[in-house]
Design a protein. Structure first.
Length: 276
């Protein structure tokens, strides 16, 4: 059975006693791979629509590293990042956007707003990744969000979300990974089978010092069938699933392939792609 690294995303943080502790830098190093992500988005759009996408909308964008990588792919590309929290947006401006060339920076647009209410120029691709949209715990709210996304897409637009699951998601567990100079710990505390809700935390350890609950998530765990059905109810005409492959150790290899049949993994990650 395949095993995957625990999912994660920024939100509530605990103040650290370490003067030089940079939670967003550690998060990006441990969790994100925006260069690979934008290539997947580009290739999947080309595969399904037989043309190139240029405008990307990133909901719950945080430090918007993915939006920045998108504009680096082509001088024609533009991105829009949307998030309610000003702190990660400000961090992204200072540490991520600043690394782009001036011409690239002009093609990254940032909006501090609620994704349920904001109206932006139509995009070729809209994304909600790092499972951020799991904050919507009812069918009505999730459907409302999907309808809002549908309105924001061009005629041939695609909507991408990632989703995780597996038998370990119904247990308390800690997933640990070591990186240069620090370690990353993804913790799930409990699971309510009546509501499908659970609490998740990201901890970091630098040397012998562990900084706990740096990021916290209060989510409902949605299944692939539930989300696909809601997308169709919201008005999308078709959905696809891209399932992650495994390496020789049975771990996720970061390669996602379109399929209609998954595997009974302990832990898995997939993308759902909805066509307008």
């Amino acid at each position: 059975m395949a095993k995957r690294r625990g999912p994660s995303r920024k939100r509530v943080q605990k103040k650290s006693q370490f003067v030089n502790f940079d939670k967003y830098d550690l998060y990006m190093k441990a969790v994100q791979s925006p260069d690979a992500d934008v290539e997947f988005l580009r290739d999947a759009y080309r595969d399904l629509k037989k043309k190139k996408a240029t405008i990307l909308r990133e909901d719950f964008c945080g430090t918007f590293a993915l939006s920045c990588e998108w504009v680096k792919l082509s001088p024609k590309n533009q991105s829009w990042g949307v998030d309610l929290d000003p702190e990660p947006i400000d961090y992204g401006r200072r540490h991520v956007l600043s690394q782009l060339k001036p011409a690239q920076q002009k093609r990254v647009h940032l909006v501090e707003a609620n994704v349920l209410e904001i109206h932006l120029p139509e995009a070729d691709i809209s994304i909600a990744v790092n499972f951020s949209y799991f904050i919507f715990k009812t069918r009505d709210l999730m459907k409302k969000y999907f309808q809002q996304v549908l309105k924001s897409l061009k005629k041939d637009g695609l909507f991408f979300v990632d989703v995780f699951g597996g038998s370990t998601c119904q247990d308390e567990a800690i997933d640990n990974h070591t990186f240069k100079g620090f370690s990353y710990h993804w913790e799930q505390t409990g699971f309510d089978p009546i509501t499908n809700e659970a609490l998740f935390y990201i901890h970091f350890k630098i040397g012998r010092k562990k900084i706990e609950k740096v990021f916290s998530y209060d989510w409902r765990l949605w299944t692939i069938p539930e989300l696909r059905e809601l997308m169709i109810e919201a008005g999308f005409k078709k959905t696809h699933v891209y399932w992650e492959g495994t390496n020789r150790k049975g771990e996720g290899n970061g390669v996602f392939t379109r399929t209609e049949k998954g595997e009974p993994c302990d832990s898995w990650i997939a993308y759902i792609v909805a066509e307008k």
